[in-house]
Design a protein around this ligand. Structure first.
Ligand code: SF4
Ligand code: SF4
Length: 193
């Protein structure tokens, strides 16, 4: 009896998770008919544990936890190749992003450095309206506990003006900050439901 109750609870949780991921991404996983065109064209598939097609298959089978724990959802570069090739217009990049968000909430971050890089990139854009590469890389190196990673590349890049020591701000930085605030407010609203 206890095992049955546990199984029912797991199935319910997986169904709720799948509903949330489908709502957030606008993708219905039933639309995919497993032709594999997405995986065949994906430039990052070589580094994934599950191909994009297999991630959708996991969701179709209700194995949401397995998808959340995968490296694939972090390795996806959101390049849109799969989306443009898909005969059913399944928006895989948005699906991968929704899975990432749920994985973070559940504490499954299979690629910690990619998560750290994402946060460093976004905080730089929020602060200056554009990326300040030098600051972003310093933040990434410190948070990923590899302070001297690629440090020898900095001097020649500075000499060739490929890097700026000081950040440059855009004119209307407030507009970018408002976009971030709006997205945060939207996410909080979504969490409450
Ligand atoms: S290309 Fe589209 S329909 Fe084909 S497997 Fe990928 S997501 Fe599914
Ligand atoms: S968006 Fe992601 S899954 Fe799709 S082709 Fe690009 S890297 Fe692969």
């Amino acid at each position: 009896m206890k095992e049955r109750l546990e199984l029912a609870a797991t199935l319910n949780r997986d169904r709720e998770l799948l509903d949330r991921v489908q709502r957030a991404s606008g993708v219905s996983v039933k639309d995919c008919y497993q032709c594999g065109k997405c995986s065949a064209g994906c430039p990052a598939a070589f580094a994934m544990d599950y191909t994009p097609r297999q991630v959708i298959r996991l969701l179709q089978l209700g194995m949401v936890g397995e998808a959340l724990k995968s490296h694939t959802i972090w390795v996806c570069a959101h390049c849109q190749t799969c989306y443009t090739r898909c005969p059913k217009e399944v928006d895989l990049p948005r699906l991968m992003e929704a899975l990432r968000q749920e994985a973070k909430k559940a504490g499954f971050i299979a690629e910690k450095n990619i998560d750290i890089f994402d946060r460093a990139f976004l905080s730089s854009v929020e602060r200056y309206g554009r990326v300040h590469e030098m600051g972003m890389m310093i933040q990434f190196n410190l948070q990923s506990l590899q302070p001297f990673k690629d440090a020898l590349l900095a001097p020649p890049m500075l000499l060739n003006r490929k890097l700026n020591i000081l950040p440059e701000k855009i004119k209307d930085g407030g507009a970018v900050k408002r976009i971030f605030a709006k997205v945060r407010a939207g996410n909080q609203g979504g969490d409450e439901h």
